[in-house]
Design a binder for this molecule. Structure first.
Ligand code: UDX
Length: 421
């Protein structure tokens, strides 16, 4: 198929490149001309393992442009993959989705023949068949589900393993309201052997939020239990090993630590809370998930103060700034509140991350950045905020180490405290 994708962030780049690898003709559209040029020169605008190799391998089938009109006219389907950032009140900002929809709609006005528009961006139930449909219809002068197709197909890609997640998903969720759209999506995903769930569009949109909210809930639950375990001298990891053996529960996403960050979990939980509140409800569990996640990183500081009672003027090392290992992404990273608090307390922060220092410097330009993980060990105490594999190799002997992510070797520090263990 000839497929157009709007937005070349994580979702658009990964989806586009993987679909090219499956043999489709791909056109990626972005308003940022430098990202478009990057893609056309065989470089991915984001870091994701395997992606650049796959882009280069399939370069004949992938082109990028800033021109939505031409891309839509020359394709059969369009995936909207632009970002949906949070508004200050937690609700989601649809500006990018609606402006992409407007551009696609304008192109549809000039297009004869069936075209399917699929929303892959994470949007709350009612968005695709509501504002997106309205904007598409207005700009195109055509009718959704009749003159052109419209569907929802949320993604479940994890940063760092997005290529594998796309090519071998647990399931594919497809929200449709008309037969033609359903048939196109059946054909697109025909070679995927995983279960495919066809649902209404709002159900598909809600599945995405509930999946992320549930995983975030598992993590906050594991952290709350971890806090209770620590007070009793019980190893929480052992506890969850046993708990996860129940097939009704499953062991994944029970790693206790300093909480979840990234571009999805915090934002999606906030958006679901905002939606529930709009509906006049008080989503108690979701609010607690967020509350535990906000308190958890600061526990590292409390533990630090047990061993370094006044961090003022002390050199405190922070190992790991990315929201998780193997990425340079610091969005909602738990290292952010930790560094903020250390600075507030007058500590001299020395930070290191194998990939994320460039991004971290943009928000914390005054922090001292080390050129290697080893250099961090010269600090008066070390906090571990991300479990990069390299951190297992360090010699922690004689150091004060406060560990937020369970780096086993760090236990060799002369003082060692885990956040939940
Ligand atoms: C997540 C979802 O997994 C993915 O399906 C969705 O589409 C986007 O959001 P991602 O943000 O890339 O993917 O990261 P993920 O690997 O899920 O981890 C998110 C955060 O949770 C990280 O900060 C991680 O450190 C934390 N985490 C994860 C835990 O603290 N404990 C765990 O057991 C698992």
């Amino acid at each position: 198929m000839r497929i157009c994708l709007i937005g070349c962030g994580y979702v658009g780049s990964v989806t586009g490149v993987c679909l090219a690898d499956l043999g489709h003709e791909i056109m990626i559209v972005d308003t940022d001309a430098s990202k478009v040029a990057q893609l056309n020169s065989g470089k991915t605008p984001i870091y994701e393992p395997e992606l650049e190799e796959l882009l280069q391998k399939n370069h004949k089938r992938i082109s990028a442009t800033t021109d939505t009109h031409t891309a839509v006219l020359n394709s059969d389907i369009t995936f909207i993959c632009v970002g949906t950032p949070s508004n200050p009140d937690g609700s989601i900002n649809l500006d990018f989705v609606l402006s992409a929809s407007h551009d696609v709609g304008k192109a549809l006005r000039d297009k004869s023949g069936f075209h399917l528009v699929i929303v892959k961006s994470t949007v709350l139930p009612g968005t695709t068949a509501g504002p997106v449909k309205d904007v598409l219809e207005q700009a195109s002068g055509k009718k959704a589900f009749v003159d052109f197709g419209l569907a929802s197909n949320p993604e479940f890609l994890r940063e760092g393993s997005a290529v594998g997640d796309f090519l071998k998903p647990d399931r594919i969720i497809i929200g449709v309201a008309d037969l033609r759209s359903k048939q196109v999506l059946e054909e697109l995903y025909a070679d995927f052997t995983c279960p495919k769930l066809f649902s209404t569009i709002p159900v598909a949109e809600m599945i995405k939020y509930v999946s992320n909210a549930f995983l975030a809930t598992k993590i906050s639950f594991a952290n709350e239990i971890g806090n209770i375990c620590k007070k009793q001298g019980i190893d929480t990891e052992e506890v969850f090993k046993g708990v996860g053996m129940d097939h009704r529960i499953n062991p994944a996403f029970f790693r206790s630590g300093i909480g979840f960050g990234g571009s999805c979990f915090p934002k999606d939980v906030r958006a679901l809370i905002a939606r529930a509140q709009e509906l006049g409800m008080d989503p108690k569990i979701l609010r607690s998930v967020t509350e535990v996640n906000e308190e958890q990183p600061l526990k590292l500081i409390t533990l630090l103060e047990k061993h370094v009672p006044d961090p003022r003027g002390k050199k405190i090392g922070v190992l790991g700034l990315a929201f998780k290992p193997d990425t340079d992404d610091i969005r909602d990273s738990r290292a952010i509140p930790i560094v903020e608090k250390l600075l507030q307390k007058g500590a001299t922060v020395l930070a290191y991350d194998p990939m994320a220092m460039g991004n971290f410097k943009k928000i914390f330009p005054t922090v001292n950045y080390a050129s290697s993980a080893k250099d961090i060990l010269a600090a008066d105490a070390v906090l571990i905020a991300t479990e990069w594999r390299d951190f297992e190799e360090l010699d922690y002997s004689g150091k004060i180490v406060i560990d937020g992510r369970r780096v086993e070797n760090a236990r060799k520090g002369s003082v060692y405290e885990g956040v939940c263990w």
